[in-house]
Design a protein around this ligand. Sequence first.
Ligand code: NAD
Ligand code: TDX
Length: 332
Amino acid sequence: MQRILVTGGAGFIGCNFVHYIMGHTGLHVTVLDKLTYAGNRESLAGLPPERFEFVQGDICDAAVVDPLTAAVDAVLHFAAESHNDNSLEEPRPFIDTNLLGTFTLIEAARKHGTRFHHISTDEVYGDLALDEPGRFTEESVYRPTSPYSATKAGSDLLVRAWVRSFGLKATISNCSNNYGPYQHVEKFIPRQITNILEGTRPRLYGNGRNVRDWIHVEDHSSAVVAILEGGRVGETYLIGADGERSNREVVEKLLSLANQPGDAYDLVTDRPGHDLRYAIDSSKLRRELGWSPRYSDFDAGLAATVQWYRDNEDWWRPQKASTESKYAGQGH
Ligand code: NAD
Ligand code: TDX
């Protein structure tokens, strides 16, 4: 394998993946990204030009996707509309990018026999009760609850059908909630970090007791590389780092890192249909591919992430006011 195409490489997880794989292999990387509100060209600064190319374009556009797919050995498909709150306000772009975009890519990959890896989410499995012992596995039933997760579930099923019906050489990974550098300030952790840095109180939806299973984005990247190198075609792998925390616990930790009282947050209007809890059992990935997370200490990963936002205000500042005014309109 010499050349790969990374869709959504200017987004949070995509850009971290590009930095990671270019740092750990000699591969040539082409990024295809539409540069929506969530994409930022500056997140890809400093990459070696002889091994890196950026193409601005839409994954729904077959005329763009087809030649790029023909020119590479593998497609890593990260591009998506990714934010649940946006999907509740305006679902249409989620249908277009997550469903039609994935369709356009897998059609090109099947035509050219290109290896395909589909990046997905644990949200396709719906949610768990706060007190139940079980976690999601590769056998869990698909029960998505939001427009976002329904379109991700649909995209997973398209990939599975293309494997079975057309022999597409694809793998799928479903990962838990990521945190780390370059995450848009609309998402929970960067929103609260930048609120605290600005002197605004963090905002918890509902009663703050919903649970997310956090993984550092670099551990997501290393898992995807492991699947690309050793994953079995047609298989799904769940990626997680045993990082379950309630939203309230996360905010309390962020406040303590800033030397502020642990209750200096506000409870705000809940998200409609808000999933209670996600939790991943990643034993298959660990057993079959020998993967394990490097950031096993969540508090240390969080402290490093706070430091990144302190050091990179130029990166997040331009998005902050417009993001907060959108939230104000939603009562969040
Ligand atoms: P993000 O919103 O930060 O980035 C998405 C990127 O895709 C942006 O650069 C955007 O410009 C690009 N994009 C959007 N529509 C496009 C289109 N039509 N054509 C080309 N590019 C387009 O998202 P993220 O958080 O980095 O998520 C990346 C992937 O990982 C998504 O598939 C998401 O479902 C999945 N995922 C995310 C998480 C998480 O915690 N953020 C967890 C599990 C899985
Ligand atoms: O201000 C906030 N206050 C708050 O309490 C925000 C923005 C969120 N929340 C809550 C909602 C969730 O319980 O925090 C939790 C995390 O929220 P998000 O960052 O919006 O993430 P989530 O909805 O869990 O989805 C994320 O993980 C799975 C990603 O956005 C998805 O792309 C991924 O598939």
